[in-house]
Write a protein that binds this ligand. Structure first.
Ligand code: FAD
Length: 557
């Protein structure tokens, strides 16, 4: 059954995503009219590209002080801060340089151009879809702008249980505050979308916590022209590292190479001395070898590719690739009387921490997120063509209560023969218990908010119309149908902790100075150094850690 479920999900995902995202010569999809979905809101604006990446037109060798691999939340900040210290910095990014002019708002095209693996990456059994940005600016270009400071209880847990006292000190708070200032984090841009309005209504009627989301935007209109932010912000309101730290780095002379896939870190007598990359510029007939010699190497490829790169480079530590946390995310859907148009409005504006601490800081958050046709198609079951079609045509009346689980038990990143990452992750019994609590609470919330039908994101249709005993029967049905691999939609937007920081080479990959144990001058500065999952959307924590890492690396040089 497990193999059949896997094959079925592979087929369902590929066909439905292709079906709802393919466009004709006019740039439209024939199904959108039936869904009430408008597609892109006009052509992309013409905005000049202020960064000039270094052109690589043949095999090339570069020398620098620091080479930074990956340009997302971690790499972008390290590059910007080290360049501000006057260091000679080279940034290598495997993705393309995309800006406002490229953000076509077409789901298929943007998944293909801005996301790793065209948005189709998944764990080895396909049970969790892995969404991560892969372009200049990494995840910060496509993410939903939520910018939480690291919660105090998590800082204390990391300090206490992982031997990292600096994480509770003012030094780290100063780093978090500095990055929050640079990317303009405020709670002033939290105008509720229709999705948020329903979420807030449900939370208030249940008497549960809700709060405004801090966001890293400047002049975000938060109106019906928003909601396509997961495919890049056309207004340039989102303060990604592309618009902030990478621009700073570039303005201070850093060299930035795009389409540069780093294959190995060069180790000479046990020290990191540079990297070897393959550069494949668009339209070039062949790739070029790029060798960078550097006094320090900073790995910031994200929590899937950073351990893979270290493994390919011959680093051997027991914790390398282990403890991968994913914040498994899913949603309960509510069919509403009112129009929702769940793809529009502020990307996410409100959240609830009512159930964030069910057990020693582990639990779940409620948030919403824009739902465009392909995401909805992933959540809607396929029991027959007619049933699928009927559910899909309810898109514009459907809301979602998003569940973001703080997972306690991790997975693992290994590499295949070619050195590419393979991700193994199974929801543990403990974490699945919290997920079931989340389904029950989300059902209660949507019922209170006035949903006329509530359904689970399962491979089978499990739905109920509110009435006496209906929710209890729905939960029994959930237990009967099951929440195992490929029986339930799981998406990870937050990959963490696969090169975790700690106090010993036996249990962690980097020390408190971000240096890989026993490998001088090799640093990691991205979400992979989290000791465990952060419990909140991780961007600001990553940036705060990277800010501190840049201070350490600069001083060391
Ligand atoms: C759709 C979406 C929404 C999200 N919303 C939020 C949110 O609202 N708030 C929040 O806090 N977080 C959010 N996140 C998560 C957040 O964006 C990520 O946690 C964060 O960007 C991770 O930072 P990082 O530095 O670890 O890696 P990334 O930002 O992923 O950067 C890694 C970069 O390294 C590059 N790379 C990888 N391998 C190589 C290689 N071998 N050579 C060269 N380059 C390489 C990649 O192309 C990528 O650009 C979201 C993520 C997604 C996908």
């Amino acid at each position: 059954m497990a193999a059949k479920r896997k094959a079925f999900q592979a087929l369902k995902r590929l066909t439905t995503v292709a079906y709802y995202t393919a466009v004709d010569a006019r740039g439209a999809n024939p199904s959108w009219a039936a869904l009430g979905y408008p597609g892109p809101l006009g052509p992309a604006p013409q905005v000049p590209k202020p960064i000039r990446p270094l052109a690589v037109a043949g095999d090339t060798a570069l020398d620098c002080d620091v080479v930074v691999i990956g340009s997302g939340a971690g790499g972008g900040v390290v590059a910007g801060e080290l360049a501000a210290q006057g260091k000679d910095v080279v940034v290598l990014e495997k993705g393309a340089y995309l800006n406002e002019s490229d953000f076509s708002q077409l789901e298929g095209e943007m998944l293909e151009r801005a996301y790793d693996g065209g948005g189709l990456l998944a764990t080895d059994d396909l049970s969790a879809i892995i969404l991560q940005g892969s372009c200049l600016g990494g995840g910060t270009v496509v993410n939903y702008t939520t910018s939480f400071h690291t919660p105090e209880n998590v800082r204390e847990e990391w300090a206490r249980d992982h031997g990292l006292p600096h994480l509770t000190k003012p030094e780290f708070t100063r780093s978090l505050d500095a990055v929050a200032r640079r990317i303009h984090v405020t709670t002033d841009a939290a105008r509720p979308s229709a999705r948020d309005t329903i979420l807030i209504r449900g939370l208030e009627r249940c008497g549960w916590h809700h709060g405004l989301l801090p966001r890293d935007v400047d002049r975000c209109t938060q109106d019906d022209t928003c909601g396509y932010c997961g495919y890049g912000c056309r207004r340039g309101a989102k303060q990604s590292t592309l618009l902030t730290y990478l621009q700073d780095a570039h303005d201070r002379g850093a060299r930035i190479v795009t389409h540069a896939n780093v294959r190995r870190v060069t180790l000479t007598q046990g020290r990191a001395t540079g990297v070897e990359a393959l550069v494949q510029p668009p339209g070039a007939h062949r790739g070029y070898a790029l060798t960078v010699r550097a006094k320090a190497v900073v790995v910031a490829c994200g929590s899937i590719h950073s351990p893979a790169l270290l493994l390919r480079s011959g680093v051997s530590l027991p914790a390398l690739g282990r403890h991968l946390a994913l914040h498994p995310a899913t949603a309960v859907l509510g069919d509403m009387e009112e129009p929702v148009r769940p793809w529009t409005g502020t990307v996410q504006a409100h959240y609830s921490d009512q159930f964030a601490d069910l057990d020693q800081g582990y639990g779940f958050k409620f948030e919403t997120a824009p739902m465009h046709p392909s995401l909805f198609a992933l959540a809607v079951p396929w029991e027959s063509g007619a049933a699928h079609k009927q559910a899909m045509t309810r898109l514009s009346q459907t809301t979602l209560c998003g569940i973001l689980l703080r997972d306690r038990d991790g997975g693992r990143v290994r590499v295949d023969r070619a050195g590419n990452p393979i991700v193994r992750y199974r929801l543990s019994r403990y974490d699945a218990g919290h997920m079931r609590r989340a389904f029950a609470a989300a059902g209660e919330l949507l019922e209170a908010a006035g949903a006329k039908e509530i359904s689970l994101p399962l491979a089978r249709r499990v739905a109920y119309r509110p009435g006496p005993g209906a929710r209890e029967r729905w939960l029994s049905e959930l237990d009967r149908v099951g929440m195992g691999p490929n029986q339930m939609l799981l998406v990870t937007f937050h990959q963490m902790a696969s090169c975790r920081m700690g106090a010993s080479a036996k249990t962690s990959v980097v020390d408190a100075q971000h240096q890989v144990w026993n490998v001088p001058r090799l640093y990691v500065a991205d979400a992979s150094v989290f000791p465990t999952s952060s419990g909140v959307n991780p961007m600001l924590t990553i940036m705060g850690m990277a800010h501190r890492a840049a201070g350490i690396i600069g001083a060391e040089l």
